[in-house]
Design a protein around this ligand. Structure first.
Ligand code: GAL
Length: 652
């Protein structure tokens, strides 16, 4: 992908190996005609590229790339390492990952390899070198994708002997001596002390829960293994295909490896957006699942756009797989409301995407995804998504330069936060990721732009910083919050753990006590229905009882303090969700001088330097509130279900 200053480009994921060669040129022509310009290929094609060990068949791939090139399309080529072929698995059976129950994750689908297996790492490097050597300087190949969706189907963690040995070495490098590890993990508890690193097992198959410090270390290690695997490919691609962008496709609501670390290795991070599937399989309320069944919850796509934008240094990101119709993998797989494919596309543009590419060009009538829609039906007739993609292509050229993002609120999220809350939730649903989503959603319902940033990112230019749940506070995170002069909202559990999962000296919020002077004397989690209600808000799920000289800003009818305030800093003592999040964040936005709008149900806004975009996720028509100014250049102030409008701001 060349960085385009002005316009987002559209593309699709294509599998030439699934179709007869004589239709490739016509496929390419139709892609071009629809307004697509980038085609991603090759991520699962190892068995066709190297049908026998060491025997490469490049002919078909040469012709496929040439067919696309001939139609004026550019190519994102992938390394095929997500699907090692059968002959490779048979030669190297211990490259297979083991699940937490110790069972092999066998051949016959995909992602069956263990990230720690040295032999497979060599094979992955070998095939990467072969593909990059062949096509690295092909004029059509403008970018590379490494592998495909690291971690899909729960594959980051492997409990194999290879992983165990690598984990021991990782622990040795991190702690230096086994005594230091015993001390840091508190292994004196239950006589868990080790005499050497070689005695350490993986944290699965224990009688009851393993030490949370052990789990945290294993999650960090597993993330590092993914990073090492990716880095090896990136290095080869940079050597053999210089000047091309390297990307990887991340997933939705997925935290098993650190995407900030991944983004640091890439030029562009992309992600795979399946809003209807995500609504169905993730813990949204039954009401939301019903109201948004054909649209997806209004914050699902935007949350990930704003999260992944913060993962690369240059803020470069895109959507490389966009749902074009029903998928096949959720509990229920409805068709999107007419208009949604166009809306999702344009919303990505409003958030700054470089590309939106639809998955997939044509529905494949066989194998696992035969029920997954494409832009074309299996009989090559247009599916509904194609017309919407074509319309989106027209909208993009009509809009022209939309300008960069407008900074309003920074929301801090780190991957190790989720590892802490996953390892030790303490109460059902207490997840740092979902706290981030809830706070994000509350802010977006007020019409604000939110950037999700890695803790430690300088906060200049923002009016407000929100820390929904950050148990481990790095020195960099602390320094950026100390230097920040805007409003700060800190949520429960923040600063509650040191690097190795211990409660910090002086109690939570630990290091953050230089930002908020107080001490968490006790934390409790609340079963459903056990609530502390105030005026128009209620504390649910989690409550930190705090000793502080700060002002008690919100107290429930029973006296429970739900929010503390000291100068520009608030500490929200209840879980940051629902009415409490809205109340606390609403107060902070007023103090920050941010203009908020109470948006109608299902409507969201996104402001860029030149435009304000409005998106209607509701199944009913919606009128733009009067406070939203600008001249409608696409759509109108009355939005149809699944409709959107682009308003040009008057100063431009
Ligand atoms: C993604 C994956 C694709 C395809 C798609 C189906 O997770 O990268 O290969 O399986 O889902 O929705």
């Amino acid at each position: 992908m060349h960085r385009l200053e002005s316009a987002m480009r559209l593309g699709c994921c294509y599998f030439p190996e699934h179709w007869p060669q004589d239709i490739w040129a016509e496929d390419a022509r139709r892609m071009k005609e629809a307004g697509l310009s980038l085609v991603r290929i090759g991520e699962f094609a190892w068995s066709r590229i190297e049908p026998e060990p060491g025997r490469f068949d490049w002919g078909w791939l040469d012709r496929a790339i040439d067919a696309l090139h001939g139609a004026g399309l550019e190519v994102m080529l992938c390394t095929p390492t997500a699907t090692p072929p059968k002959w490779l698995v048979d030669r190297m059976p211990d490259m297979i990952a083991l699940d937490a129950a110790g069972r092999p994750r066998g051949f016959g689908s995909r992602r069956h390899y263990c990230f720690s297996h040295a032999g497979y790492a060599q094979e992955a490097a070998r095939i990467t070198r072969a593909v990059a050597g062949r096509y690295g300087d092909h004029p059509a190949v403008v970018s590379w994708q490494t592998d495909n969706e690291y971690g899909c189907h729960d594959t980051v963690e492997s409990f194999s002997p290879a992983a165990r040995d690598a984990f021991r070495a990782w622990c040795g490098a991190r702690y230096g001596s086994v005594d230091a590890l015993n001390e840091a993990w508190g292994n004196v508890f239950w006589s868990m002390e080790y005499r050497s690193f070689d005695e350490i097992e993986l944290p699965n198959l224990t009688v009851t829960e393993a030490n949370p410090a052990h789990w945290l270390a294993f999650r960090r290690f597993s993330s590092d293994q993914v990073m090492a695997f990716n880095a090896a490919q990136v290095e080869i691609l940079r050597e053999l295909s210089p000047g091309r962008d390297v990307t990887h496709n991340a997933m939705g609501f997925f935290t098993q490896f650190d995407h900030h670390d991944l983004g640091a290795q890439l030029d562009v991070i992309t992600w795979d957006s399946y809003p209807l599937g995500f609504l169905d399989v993730f813990p949204f309320s039954p009401q939301d699942k019903l109201a948004y069944a054909r649209q997806g919850h209004p914050d699902i796509a935007a949350f990930h756009h704003d999260l992944y934008r913060g993962c690369t240094e240059g803020g470069r990101w895109g959507v490389i797989e966009q749902q074009p119709g029903p998928v096949n993998w959720a509990h229920h797989n409805p068709a999107p409301l007419p208009g949604m494919v166009r809306l999702w596309t344009m919303e990505a543009m409003a958030h700054g995407a470089e590309v939106v590419s639809y998955f997939r060009w044509r529905q494949f009538p066989k194998a696992q995804e035969q029920m997954h829609a494409g832009l074309l039906r299996p009989d090559s007739e247009a599916a509904p998504g194609l017309g919407e993609a074509t319309q989106a292509a027209r909208d993009i050229s009509a809009l022209g330069e939309i300008g960069g993002s407008v900074k309003q609120v920074a929301l801090l999220f780190s991957y190790d936060s989720e590892w802490v809350t996953l390892t030790q939730p303490q109460g059902r649903g207490c997840s740092a990721l979902w706290a981030a989503f809830s706070a994000y959603s509350a802010l977006r319902q007020m019409g604000l732009n939110v950037d999700i940033v890695r803790p430690g990112t300088p906060l200049d230019g923002y009016a407000m910083a929100v820390v929904p749940c950050l148990p481990i506070v790095s020195d960099a995170a602390l320094a950026s919050l100390e230097a920040f002069e805007g409003q700060v909202v800190i949520g429960p559990r923040s600063g509650s753990r040191d690097e190795d999962f211990a409660i910090p000296d002086g109690l939570a919020p630990g290091k953050l006590r230089t930002v908020f002077e107080g001490r968490v004397a006790l934390s409790e989690t609340l079963p459903p229905g056990v609530e502390h209600a105030g005026e128009g808000w209620v504390v649910t799920r989690w409550l930190d009882r705090i000793e502080s000289e700060a002002e008690s800003e919100l107290a429930a009818c029973d006296g429970t303090v739900a929010c503390w305030k000291s100068g520009r800093v608030r500490y929200c003592a209840g879980w940051m969700e629902g009415s409490l999040a809205a109340e606390v964040l609403g107060r902070a936005t007023r103090d920050a001088g941010l203009e908020t709008i109470d948006l109608p149900e299902g409507m969201r806004l996104r402001r860029t330097a030149n435009h304000c975009f409005a998106f209607n996720y509701s199944a009913e028509g919606r009128e733009l509130p009067a406070e939203v100014s600008g001249e409608a250049v696409i759509g109108s102030r009355v939005l149809e279900p699944a409709g959107y409008a682009a308003l040009r701001l008057s100063s431009h």
